[in-house]
Ligand binder design. Sequence first.
Ligand code: ADP
Length: 334
Amino acid sequence: DRVISAGADTEEREIEAALRPRNLHDFVGQRRVRDQLSLVLEAARLRGRSADHVLLSGPPGLGKTTLSMIIAAEMNAPLRISSGPAIQHAGDLAAILSSLTEGEVLFLDEIHRMSRPAEEMLYMAMEDFRVDIVVGKGAGATAIPLELPPFTLVGATTRAGLLPGPLRDRFGFTGHLEFYGSDELELVLRRSAAMLDMQLNSAAFSEIASRSRGTPRIANRLLRRVRDWALVKGLEQVDARASSNALDMYEVDSRGLDRLDRGVLEALCLKFGGGPVGLSTLAIAVGEETETVEEVAEPYLVREGLLGRTPRGRIAMPAAWKHLGLSVPKDSPV
Ligand code: ADP
């Protein structure tokens, strides 16, 4: 039930797909990654070769899947989509790799969650465009080499540091996606509103942008909630007040924090006196997986100056206490 959650219904997914920018030109923000990627793709085109393997890292909803689609489109190549958790056996990966066509782009989301044997198979595939298919078991097992057509792997991960060094090193280009600024989110929203045929004034765009947690996926979701609101209330034009009224219902606060974000801060301040507290203890206190707290909630809380990571554990920054309407305790670690 998080606004950010992947468990969106079919209509939501369809709208999300419809709103995806189709080329680098329409992809808002991330200037550096965009420029670098554009160079990598242009060079590959000039050489008449498939592009180098690309690793994209960053929190969910910042555009990794979208960029993989753009890479395929710009290379005029077909795109295959799979993910680390879907590849548990080397055989799963072998089946995908052996069916790739020349120049195809293979997008592997959450690549850090692939199994070890599959990962090792991937090393060879990335480097030599070859895999060894093992047939039989025990002493009679033989490895049959299989040549692969040149392909481009686009791997996505929430943090590049989660990948083993040998895998990271095999990517020719790594792009780190950053949270988006309000101006950029407003551009995303303006583009989406035009596509959804919605009328919003400037103040409404900036209200929604400021609550979007630096994340285009959230900006688009919030926009759709505002669209529902406008429909039900019979509004032709949406202003800031209507937007904030609509969004108050979805537990995204004025700073863009959602329930999980606030849960983490509340646990940190109220249960652990502002910390320092270990990540896993904090995760248990909010009833979430350690990885979710670390990869989904924390990056934004750190960026907003609300949470600090220290060698002794997580601490609440003064702004966290203030945001929760509490006074900063005298013995606060910062
Ligand atoms: P990720 O794979 O990083 O989780 P996605 O690529 O699925 O994120 O992006 C989520 C949604 O956000 C997409 O529907 C897309 O429309 C929108 N989006 C992401 N990045 C941008 C961007 N730079 N410009 C415009 N829309 C974007």
